[in-house]
Structures are given as C-alpha cells and as structure tokens.
Design a protein around this ligand. Structure first.
Ligand code: GLN
Length: 241
C-alpha cells in the first residue's frame, strides 16, 4: 500500500526560532527517500486546524513575546489538540513549543497559560541556559546532540524525560534530564536542526506516525553514514575524548 503522512506546522510565522522548520525538511526527505509521500500544511493563527488529517505536528520555538501572542489562540485549539495527543498523535515540540505543551510558563512579565497536554510547567529563572548539549535517550541507540537556548526551567513532574544529559544543562540544569516523552509526543529544548543531526529521532517520529495510520511502521534503512560521522564527532568533542 502507498503510504502518505501529513505534517502540520503550527504557527511558523511566530514559532520558528533558529529555523525549526528545517526539521520538517528532514522528515519530508527521509520519507521521500523511502517512497513515502509527505505533505506539510502550515497553519497561521487565523486558520482552522483539523487534527484528524495530521500525522505529525511540529510546534517550534519562539521568544517570550511570540509565545504570548500564540498563547491566546491555544485555548481555542486545546481540546482538539488534546484528543489528537490522547489518540497517539505524533508531536515534536521544540523549546518555546515544548514549554507551551505544559500547564504554564511563568515569566517576569506574567504567566502564560499552556495547552496542558502534558503534566509539566516552566518558570523563568535568572540567566539563560545557552550551549551545546548531548543526551542519551531510550528512544534511540545514537547519542542525541543539539543546542539549547532558554530562560525557562521546566519541571516534568512524574513524566518520562526525553533523555539523560551527558553534556549541557537540559530541563533545569539540576535534574540531569532533558525534555519529555508522553505517548507519541516529544518535547525538547534542542533547537534548530534537531532532526537532521539526529536521524534516528526523525525515524522514530515517522515510524510512530505510520504505525498509527497504517498499523505498519516498517522503514527501509537509509545510508546515514554522514549523519553518524557528524553525530560521533560532537559526542567525542563534548563527552568522550
Ligand atoms: N522564550 C522561551 C525561553 O526563553 C523559549 C525560547 C526558545 O524557544 N528558544 O525560555
């Protein structure tokens, strides 16, 4: 059977820090290399979102100001988004988008109500956490490498983290954990080219989406030798000499 996935990009005009959109280019290309069709729908604040037609949702990062603008809209889509998540819909939420998955994001200027899709909350503290980061994650065998830049510190309560921090700060710089995994949702502070740098995470998302729509998550292996070499270089640079 021909397989096709539809990716929904929420509010790229506001939430697209460091080119989070590149993650969609990566998902799309990794599908096409395998003969799987991949389409992206970009939503603006004024658009209606029919979550039933979506297989993967990307919620990118944004400044506090941009998050504030999006925040008002979230109340309207919350119930549909929650149904999607509870029905095993796949979500990749990065940085500001990750914070918005939770109950709230408390900043100096006030409190932003989140989507309340995952039981977590974020509070701004003094100083930003900025730098390279390396994790080990149960979801994949390769280390997860990336870059983080956030003022908020996230508490994931009893949820499962996305990874254990081997280098860098992660959710709050104290717990030793980074991000969250809830059902088929990944929330993470790893910005920009998260998926090109971590092809196994990309394939985890695609496989979950295919499993949900077609009951068939089989993925042909790709030649990832360049990605693996880049990943290994970063791992050895920051973690293991
Ligand atoms: N504005 C949020 C923070 O500073 C998220 C930033 C981001 O998406 N990079 O914590």
């Amino acid at each position: 059977m021909d397989r096709k996935i539809t990716i929904g990009h929420l509010y790229p005009d506001l939430l697209n820090l460091y080119g989070d959109r590149g993650n969609i280019a990566c998902l799309t290309q990794r599908c096409r290399w395998r003969g799987i069709e991949a389409e992206t729908i970009e939503f603006e604040l004024k658009d209606q979102i029919d979550f039933r037609e979506l297989d993967i949702v990307l919620l990118g990062g944004g400044s506090d100001r941009e998050q504030m603008i999006v925040c008002g809209k979230l109340k309207e889509i919350r119930q549909d988004f929650k149904n999607y998540v509870e029905d095993d819909g796949v979500v990749i939420a990065v940085c500001g988008g990750y914070q918005l998955l939770g109950e709230y994001y408390q900043t100096e200027e006030g409190r932003l109500e989140g989507l309340n899709l995952v039981d977590l909350y974020t509070e701004q503290e003094e100083g930003r956490i900025i730098g390279n980061i390396v994790l080990e994650s149960d979801l994949v065998s390769m280390p997860v490498v990336g870059f983080e830049n956030h003022g908020g510190r996230t508490c994931i309560r009893g949820n499962k983290p996305f990874g254990r921090v081997l280098y860098g700060s992660g959710n709050d710089g104290r717990s030793g954990y980074e991000g969250v995994v809830y059902k088929n949702v990944i929330g993470t502070y790893l910005h920009g080219p998260l998926l090109p740098k971590n092809p196994q995470i990309s394939d985890w998302l695609i496989a979950r989406a295919l499993e949900r729509r077609y009951g068939d998550s089989a993925l042909e292996p790709l030649d990832d030798s360049q990605e693996e070499a880049a990943n290994s270089y970063i791992f050895h640079r920051f973690v293991k000499q």
